[in-house]
Design a protein around this ligand. Structure first.
Ligand SMILES: [Zn+2]
Length: 61
């Protein structure tokens, strides 16, 4: 018997959640370490998953 630990994949680290009730942004790290998924601000349990916008850096010549 062994202990299986879930390690978040590298891409999921940048995923964050938004509470649809109060708009609080909850980082994935907080979700991963919490026993249940809910907003730390208001306690609402419906969170919207969102990825941060990809910022493209374009160098002008
Ligand atoms: Zn909330």
């Amino acid at each position: 018997m062994g202990v299986v630990m879930e390690v978040p994949k590298e891409g999921e680290e940048s995923v964050s959640y938004i509470c649809i009730k109060c708009g609080e942004t909850i980082p994935y790290r907080h979700i991963a370490t919490s026993p249940e998924i809910k907003c730390p601000n208001c306690g609402y349990r419906v969170l919207k998953k969102m990825r941060p916008p990809v910022v493209k850096v374009v160098k002008a010549r």
